[in-house]
Design a binder for this molecule. Structure first.
Ligand code: G3H
Length: 222
């Protein structure tokens, strides 16, 4: 059976840059090797290359633009992200929202360069719409729970269950992640039991005094 995915988004937390990014990536590599669970990391753009070179874990961009090489000053070129060693990319995170047209362009551009796609959504209808674009993953995150310390798995299991059903109805091959407030092995297990393929999380690991300890707890019931 395919391993679940735990995807750690370092966002723009000061605890997620420089040496801390390396510490979290090293912890992810260790816990992934011990547990057999795939643990990915989405660092700042500047850290995609250093982390992808040094650690045997999948590295994701936090965003790409749906552009082609050429006159795109200030944009994030998918080809450059791929060359930096990224395995995949988030698209449309709640903190980096796009229009539907932009999401479609970003998914197409990611496919062009063979980057795995994780399209983030905020509710059940947007999960269904995202699935129609055939990304690898749809990641459902209720915005009000992001960074709240309150787990979506416990506070709103219905949105997970309904998103899984909506995505399956549109496109059975699209996998579902969930996120917002994920902080324990129990949160991860509930998410998987509801039909997801893993979790997207940030603060519980990024801000932890001991990220490795939190990661061990997150995989403890798998
Ligand atoms: O990308 C990650 C999500 O926005 C969840 O963030 P959080 O784990 O801090 O709630």
């Amino acid at each position: 059976m395919e391993s679940p995915l735990i995807l750690i988004n370092l966002k723009t937390y000061k605890e997620g840059i420089g040496d801390r990014a390396h510490r979290i990536a090293a912890a992810a590599e260790t816990v992934s090797a011990e547990s057999g669970v795939t643990i990915g990391i989405a660092p700042s753009f500047m850290e995609i290359h250093p982390l992808s070179r040094h650690y045997a874990i999948p590295v994701y961009a936090q965003h790409i633009d749906g552009i082609s090489p050429g006159t795109g000053t200030g944009h994030i070129l998918p080809e450059a992200v791929k060359l930096a060693g990224a395995h995949g990319t988030l698209i449309n995170h709640s903190e980096r929202r796009l229009t539907l047209a932009d999401i479609e362009a970003a998914v197409s551009a990611a496919k062009r360069v063979r980057l795995e796609t994780v399209v983030c959504t905020n509710n059940v209808p947007t999960s269904a719409a995202a699935a129609a674009l055939s990304p690898d993953y749809v990641a459902i995150e209720p915005p009000e729970l992001i960074g709240s310390g309150v787990s979506v798995s416990k506070a709103d299991p219905g949105i997970i269950e309904n998103s899984v059903a909506a995505v399956r109805k549109v496109h059975d091959g699209v996998k579902v992640l969930t996120g917002a407030g994920i902080q324990s092995g129990e949160c991860v297990k509930i998410a998987l039991d509801l039909g997801t393929h893993g979790v997207l999380l940030a603060s519980s690991v990024v801000k932890a005094d001991d990220p490795e300890k939190v990661l061990r707890e997150l995989v403890s019931l798998l």
